[in-house]
Design a protein around this ligand. Structure first.
Ligand code: HEM
Length: 390
């Protein structure tokens, strides 16, 4: 029985999973912070099997939390919170939402990602000296896109972002989270009311025409923000860091513009910014030679699965030309990321535009001084100081 989830990364290997995960068999017994004796899955095949198996539940009221301080409720999920619901409730929301992530809406958003990225790069080019790429680009682009998806009026965006910040901090207290959630819910309730009154061309306005209640709409808006902002922002920041730290791979991206789609998949595999997903067995399940008993938790490690040498040879090497198909960076099974199409567009557009606009882009500090988000729910960089001038 391992005493807790190994989370410590090697100081000089920021892109590798915590080394202690490597030493484990694909499925281990693990003690949770609340004393529960559950499981930890690190092998790629076991992780996919758990995520694809409906006998493993996503319900919050059944779960045990594997990381001390991980912002997680153990109350029943409210209506609309599809990420924490099982079928048939999950199925109904997922269908409704998937039907609104239409090709037209994605095309409109792609055009906006391109235009907004250019705006941010223009603003960056006007500055002298080192710039923090997170503040200049990696955060604003996904924040803008979630704002446009929800139809948040431009003048209200900054305040909205500021208010949501504590949601993403690992050490945030229960009180802080409750206060933040309360403020955001009140704001989103007002937004839903405005969309009912005066629909605009955005996803939230599309959704007010369905039979979803106000409470469900607010929850869905909250979920899109929670799931789509920090994840994408850290993939952009960490993705730029990984490319700057691997100049041979950056050269591949630059010399083969068509390679960006594969590059994004490989970065999703290599960086695995979402550290864990948690499920609970609804009945006894035979899993890779072990019996997971009803009520036991299984934590799946995304970085470990995506760096499993049995699936991805030489896994700690960033190789933009490899096929990263089958990675679990967006999860797997019925809860697989609903926003992955948008996330991929953002990553492709931002990373290719950044490196073509600034051919001499480089880190402005030694790599070991880049502050890593080891203290946050989603892994990444707090800041990425870059420069491009002589
Ligand atoms: C690179 C960026 C992203 C990463 C790494 C990521 C990762 C993930 C992962 C691992 C899951 C599975 C959760 C589970 O099984 O419990 C998930 C689900 C989800 N994601 Fe993403 N995501 C990203 C971007 C986005 C964006 C941009 C949006 C929305 C605009 C979004 C919305 C969602 C939603 C709504 C779910 C829940 C789906 C369901 O339960 O059926 N994500 N995401």
């Amino acid at each position: 029985m391992i005493p807790s989830l190994p989370a410590e990364r090697a100081a000089d290997r920021p892109f590798d999973p915590p080394p202690a995960l490597r030493a484990l068999p694909p499925l281990s017994r693990m003690r949770y912070p609340d004393g529960h004796e559950g499981w930890l899955a690190t092998g790629h095949a076991v992780v996919r099997d758990v995520l694809a198996d409906r006998r493993f539940s996503s319900r919050t009221d059944l779960r045990h939390i594997p990381i001390e301080g991980l912002n997680g409720s153990t109350d029943p999920a409210p209506p609309g919170a599809l990420i924490s619901l099982d079928p048939p409730d999950h199925t109904r929301y997922r269908r409704l939402l998937a039907g609104k992530f239409t090709t037209r809406r994605m095309r409109l958003l792609s055009d906006r990602v391109r235009a907004f990225t250019e705006e941010r790069l223009d603003a960056m080019a006007e500055q002298d000296g080192p710039v923090d790429l997170v503040a200049a680009l990696a955060f604003p682009v996904p924040a803008q896109m979630i704002g446009e998806l929800l139809g948040i009026p431009h003048a209200e965006r900054a305040e909205f972002e500021e208010r949501s910040a504590p949601l993403f901090r690992l050490g945030a207290t229960r009180d802080e989270l409750q206060a933040t959630t309360g403020v955001l819910f009140a704001y989103l309730a007002g937004l839903v009311a405005r969309k009912r009154e005066d629909p605009t061309d955005d996803l939230l306005s599309d959704l007010v025409h369905t039979d979803l209640t106000d409470q469900e709409l607010v929850m869905i808006a909250f979920l899109l923000l929670g799931a789509g902002l920090d994840t994408t922002s850290n993939m952009i920041g960490m993705g730029a860091f990984a490319l700057l730290a691997n100049p041979d791979q950056l050269a591949v991206l630059r010399s083969e513009p068509g390679s960006v789609t594969g590059a994004v998949e490989e970065l999703m595999r290599y960086l695995s910014v979402v550290p864990v997903l948690v499920r609970t067995a609804l009945e006894d399940v035979e899993l890779h030679g072990e019996t997971v008993k009803a009520g036991e938790a299984v934590t799946v490690s995304i970085p470990a699965a995506n760096h499993d040498p049995a699936k991805f040879p030489d896994p700690d090497r960033l190789d933009l030309r490899r096929s990263a198909n089958g990675h679990v960076g967006f999860g797997h099974g019925i809860h697989q990321c609903l926003g992955q199409q948008l996330a991929r567009v953002e990553l492709e557009v931002v990373l290719s535009a950044l490196f073509s606009r600034f051919p001499d882009l480089r880190l402005a500090v030694p790599p070991e001084q880049v502050p890593l988000r080891t203290d946050m729910v989603v892994y990444g960089v707090h800041e990425l100081p870059v420069d491009w001038k002589e």
